[in-house]
Design a protein around this ligand. Structure first.
Ligand code: F0G
Length: 466
């Protein structure tokens, strides 16, 4: 049965296309066309998969579980294990670093902090390069190789760059990363150096880098690996499959994610909708996206829509505005999401509306404190990831999440991605703007202490800090 399912899925993949999502266009393109936006209207593309037949779907969870124990390199990837839902032939030469297979942790202290009875955190920072980007990059770089690309490129706040550089190194491709000079964490930049990327530090912000990448995408030698590329989304959507598997296919009431360029939320939404279409889940969890206050163009738009307007957009996507008003000078210490003009806003908004979720902002102080709380659960994430717990606390307070509902937060990056932020928080010197300091208090501060080199002094110090 499982083999029959796999074969049928392979037939389906032959008919997958890249489709423009704009309601007035809908143009389709082949999977081997090197385009990153619609060649007819410039709109965003997504992969339209021909899903396995409904009567074959029930066999998939078991097939996927069995693969987790197999030694085939594709099965030891938490992305390619779900290949029935990926648009590649079975013999595709996969570029993998055994990504995925990330833990789903109980987080009791963070739950209490957010006002919830219980909370689970899916830690995508446990991927090979320390962020969720790896699940998308394995698919994009596999596609780049398939197309015969020589140079892969991305704009990045650090994590996409590190991930792309690593996968390009595995595949023997040149990688070029465009990063905003002085605005990304040193640890992330160091990763790109070690993986051999050509690093271009651009005078400008992330949005300037992204514009340049879109221009460079016209050059036939270049393959764009940002999440504007729908193959990235295909890989990242597998987090929905893995999460539901870890939940025993019982759908949580809420899933909460950070929002920057909006690829992650778009991908989760797509993965969940595919599971729903296959009947593997019976409803969608409410998907909510959290942005940092100073870099929140989509949350701003969302806040300006009353429930009637939201309902109108939900029912008729042709009413979506043509463009999202950008934030010209985005500001946040969560540098991963310091983005004012997210390229995938439309897909993310669609996913949130279809699932009945929210898009809100959190302050620098709220992010910093939530991050320290997650740390007290023994879970280390980077600042952008902590927007999830900070956002849940606000959603609970506002009555959008009930304290007894089941909630999953997605942590997107590892704590060691930005150790400087962590020591400044605990040292009490975290500040948004060095020139005009806006101090972020270390409310859950845990600074180190100088202790004399004696047993008595150490015991005394420990007793005081008990
Ligand atoms: N969390 C982390 C740790 C990130 O690195 C990013 C995005 C996000 C959240 C937001 O995800 O963009 O899909 O909405 N980082 C990109 C980068 C922009 O270049 O590394 P998104």
């Amino acid at each position: 049965m499982a083999e029959k399912t796999a074969k049928a899925a392979e037939r389906g993949r032959e008919t997958a296309v890249q489709r423009c999502i704009l309601p007035g266009c809908g143009a389709t393109f082949g999977l081997r066309e090197r385009i990153f936006v619609c060649a007819r209207c410039g709109g965003p593309l997504e992969i339209e998969n021909t899903l396995p037949a409904m009567d074959e779907a029930p066999a998939l969870p078991r097939l996927w579980r069995e693969r987790a124990a197999s030694l085939d390199p594709r099965d030891s990837s938490g992305v390619w294990r779900y290949r029935e839902l990926l648009p590649f032939d079975d013999d595709a030469a996969v570029v993998s670093l055994s990504e995925g297979h990330t833990p789903l942790y109980d987080a009791p202290r963070s739950a209490r902090y957010a006002g919830l009875d219980a909370l689970r955190l899916k830690h995508q920072g446990c991927n090979p390069t320390g962020s969720f980007k790896d699940t998308g990059m394995t698919v994009a770089i596999t596609h780049a190789v398939l197309l015969g690309a020589r140079t892969v490129i991305c704009a990045s706040t650090g994590n996409t760059a590190a991930s792309m550089a690593a996968y390009a190194a595995r595949a023997g491709l040149q990688s070029a990363v465009l990063v905003p000079r002085g605005q990304i964490s040193a640890a992330k930049l160091a990763q790109s150096m070690d993986y051999g990327a050509a690093i271009c530090e651009i005078e400008g912000n992330f949005d300037d880098c992204m514009r340049l990448v879109q221009e460079l995408g016209d050059d036939p030698s270049i393959y764009v690996a940002n999440s504007i590329n729908p193959f990235r989304i295909e890989g990242q959507k597998t987090v929905a499959f893995e999460l539901m598997e870890q939940c025993g296919w019982r759908v949580p009431e809420h899933v909460v994610v950070p929002g920057g360029n909006m690829g992650n939320s778009s991908a989760l939404g797509k993965g969940l909708e595919e599971l729903l279409a296959l009947g593997l889940i019976d409803r969608l969890p409410r998907l909510s996206v959290i942005q940092a206050e100073g870099a929140a163009p989509l949350a701003r738009m969302f806040a300006g829509l009353d429930s009637r307007a939201l309902d109108g957009l939900r029912k008729d996507e042709s009413r979506f505005p043509d463009a999202l008003p950008p934030v010209e000078h985005p500001q946040t210490l969560a540098t991963a999401i310091k983005i004012g003009a997210p390229v995938s806003w439309r897909k993310a908004l669609r996913a949130v509306l279809r699932s009945g979720g929210q898009i809100i902002t959190v302050s620098e102080q709220e992010i910093a404190d939530a991050k320290a709380m997650i740390g007290r659960d023994g879970i280390g994430c980077e600042p952008a990831s902590a927007t999830t717990v900070a956002g849940m606390k606000k959603l609970v307070a506002a009555g959008h999440i009930r304290r007894d509902e089941s909630v999953v937060g997605v942590l997107t990056g590892h704590m060691l991605k930005d150790p400087d932020y962590v020591s400044r928080y605990h040292g009490g010197t975290l500040s948004l703007d060095a020139a005009a300091p806006q101090h972020v208090a270390g409310a859950f501060r845990n600074a180190s202490e100088r202790v004399a080199a004696s047993k008595a002094a150490i015991l005394e110090s420990l007793a005081r800090r008990r």
